[in-house]
Design a protein around this ligand. Structure first.
Ligand code: F6R
Length: 612
């Protein structure tokens, strides 16, 4: 996600800001910028690319300044260009802002500001509306202007603003996006993440949602939404820089697992019309004609993204009635797929750079088939070459093993399936709104699922699993692709061989491998096949296999057969794969941890596979 730094004090501000931005580079970004107070004016420099690229643009006039703000941008609305980089300036240039998050109602605000209010826009970003809103509400007090401005805004924001009329002051506010104040000696700092502060101070105050801070070199004042002063506690950070980069977690993978509630919320944001209880995918309008007359869909992807595709197939066929074929990208182009009119190809790629997926995209387009890409990276090759893009907005994923990116790919596919089912009139009456409510419940349910109690249950099983060289993952129906994903994740980071098996296939061969103590993780979330899964569990139990069952509330019969049961929160069976994969991620993580393997960078694997 994007990074923010702010400084006011007697040091060379440009150095503090650039140093802070460099400390946030590990998070991934595609452009950077700074704004500094200089002789009653705000001077701004921005560059697509790295902080080093930004540094090259900074002439002498950027030195001898004592306050400013900086930003690293991970593109969401608008490509990674100089213009779209932050800080964004108001029309007069008297206000500059940096922003993390998404302004949901930016379209209507942009129309209003550029029409009735006469502001002209220079970027494609959602953020720029904030600069104009602050200017429009500025009457000599930056805090009041920011307070009034954010009242117009729906969405998430960590926002820092500066005004040329108040050269030593920065004002900030947050909602659903982190922001921290660093307290120094006659100098103060603002940052979106602790690593940017650590070389200057360990005294921090964490802003909560709806809280504002007015920051000068001498003091920091906090206010609530109504503008009333607040007392805040100072928190002494004792993390070293490595722990701070991982938000205090031991590994990026665990951090990213824990970020899933927020990531899912971001994917859903702006894509549900809450009043009408409908999916709102106006972003796909350019494919309206293709979607209306579709007779077949190809989904093409690799690895984890391929597993998302398998679930996508099941839900699109169920909810929209369109036949779907799913292909591993490295096979797709060599099997001469039969292309025809009324087809759509969906490619799924977290990085948007996977060579095989890109080749599949190019093949489909060369045959006249439109391509919709589901990806997490704005500006990636896949996003540039596809006919239309559905961004997952999970934020950068650093661990090689994909977790939050996968979960948000699933959410994207569910939204798409409901959207197509509704627009084709295929989905059963009432089911669309029931599933939409289910999707909206996910962030809260994911949070509950990641509780200490649940994690300790998993850890106990992992202490057993780590002593084995092989494991099975079983599932039927929608649980089978989840079993495949669970097995892949375990292999990748723990180096334990894991095989996913459609539970009904057990007796056609794999049962020969079940012996006393062998770890068998069983996904059992689908009511329609529950009895059959229970029979499969008995087949495993009879041979002494050590079952860990992941199941739903109301499926308590499993308790009588299995010692280790992990219950999911109540959820419609169709949506269950979005929750049930999370315990399998934790199983992989804690087994790898117990085994001492390199979790974030497993041997032989890379985050972005740009070769065939
Ligand atoms: C596994 C994993 C890989 C990727 C695959 C495709 O955890 O991350 O299997 O899913 O290499 O990568 P993307 O999604 O970037 O195309």
């Amino acid at each position: 996600m994007c990074g923010i730094v702010g400084y006011t004090g007697s040091r060379e501000a440009v150095e503090v800001l650039i140093g802070g931005l460099k400390k946030l580079e590990y998070r991934g970004y595609d452009s950077a910028g700074i704004a500094l107070q200089k002789n009653g004016k705000l001077i701004v420099s921005k560059a697509a690319g790295s902080v080093a690229d930004l540094e090259k643009t900074l002439e002498d006039r950027f030195s001898n300044t004592q306050a400013g703000i900086g930003h690293t941008r991970w593109a969401t609305h608008g490509r990674p260009t100089d213009q779209n980089a932050h800080p964004h300036s108001s029309m007069s240039g008297d206000i500059v802002i940096v922003h993390n998050g998404i302004i949901e109602n930016h379209r209507s605000l942009r129309e209003w500001l550029s029409g009735e209010k006469g502001y002209s826009f220079r970027s494609e970003t959602d953020t720029e509306v904030l600069a104009h809103l602050v200017e429009d509400n500025y009457d000599g007090d930056l805090l009041e202007a920011v307070r009034k401005a954010v009242a117009f805004v729906e969405g998430s924001y960590a926002l820092v603003a500066a005004s040329s009329h108040e050269p030593e002051r920065l004002v900030c506010v947050r909602k659903d996006s982190p922001l921290i104040i660093g307290i120094g000696d006659n100098e103060n700092f603002i940052a979106s993440d602790i690593p940017a502060l650590l070389s200057h101070t360990r005294k921090t105050c964490i802003l909560e949602d709806g809280e504002f801070a007015s920051v000068t070199a001498e003091k920091v004042d906090f206010y609530n939404e109504e503008g009333c002063p607040l007392e805040k506690e100072i928190f002494e950070v004792n993390w070293d820089i490595t722990a701070a980069e991982k938000g205090g977690y031991d590994h990026f993978m665990l951090k990213e697992i824990m970020e899933q509630p927020m990531a899912v919320r971001e994917t859903l944001r702006q894509r549900i019309d809450v009043k009408k209880r409908r999916v709102d995918l106006t972003e796909l309008d350019s494919l309206k004609n293709e979607l209306a007359g579709l007779e077949k869909i190809y989904i093409v992807a690799c690895g984890t993204a391929y597993h998302a595709g398998l679930i996508g197939k099941a839900v699109i066929e169920k909810l929209a009635g369109i036949p779907v074929e799913v292909d591993v990208a490295s096979e797709f182009r060599y099997r001469n797929p039969i292309f025809a009119a009324n087809q759509l190809a969906i490619v799924i790629s977290q990085s948007g750079e996977t060579a095989d997926t890109l080749a599949a995209l190019r093949l489909a387009r060369s045959k006249g088939v439109k391509v919709l890409a589901i990806t997490n990276v704005v500006g990636s090759t896949v996003s540039r070459e596809a006919d239309q893009v559905f961004f997952t907005w999970a934020g950068p994923e650093i661990a090689v093993a994909s977790t939050k990116a996968y979960l948000t790919q699933l959410v994207a596919l569910y939204l798409l399936a409901i959207h197509m089912g509704e627009s084709r009139g295929y989905i059963k009456p009432g089911l669309g709104s029931e599933l939409i409510e289910g999707l909206q419940n996910l962030p809260g349910q994911l949070k509950a699922l990641l509780s200490e109690d649940n994690i300790s249950k998993i850890k106990t099983y992992c202490d057993h699993l780590v002593t084995w060289k092989n494991a099975f993952f079983l599932g039927r129906n929608l649980d089978f692709p989840v079993a495949m994903e669970g097995a892949l994740k375990l292999k990748e980071i723990s180096y334990i061989h894991a095989e996913a098996c459609a539970a009904g296939e057990l007796k056609h061969g794999p049962l020969a491998l079940i012996v006393e103590g062998l770890p068998v993780i069983v996904l059992a979330t689908q009511k329609a096949v529950l009895e059959k899964v229970l029979s499969n569990i008995q087949e495993v139990n009879a041979r002494g296999g050590a079952v860990f069952a992941i199941t739903g509330e109301g499926f308590e019969d499993i308790d009588r057969q299995v010692e280790n049961v992990f219950y999911l929160p109540p959820v419609n069976d169709i949506i269950a794969p979005i929750l049930s994969v999370v315990p399998t991620q934790l199983i992989a993580y804690y087994t790898a941890l117990a085994g001492g393997s390199s979790i974030d960078k497993p041997r032989n694997l890379a985050k972005s596979v740009t070769v065939e």
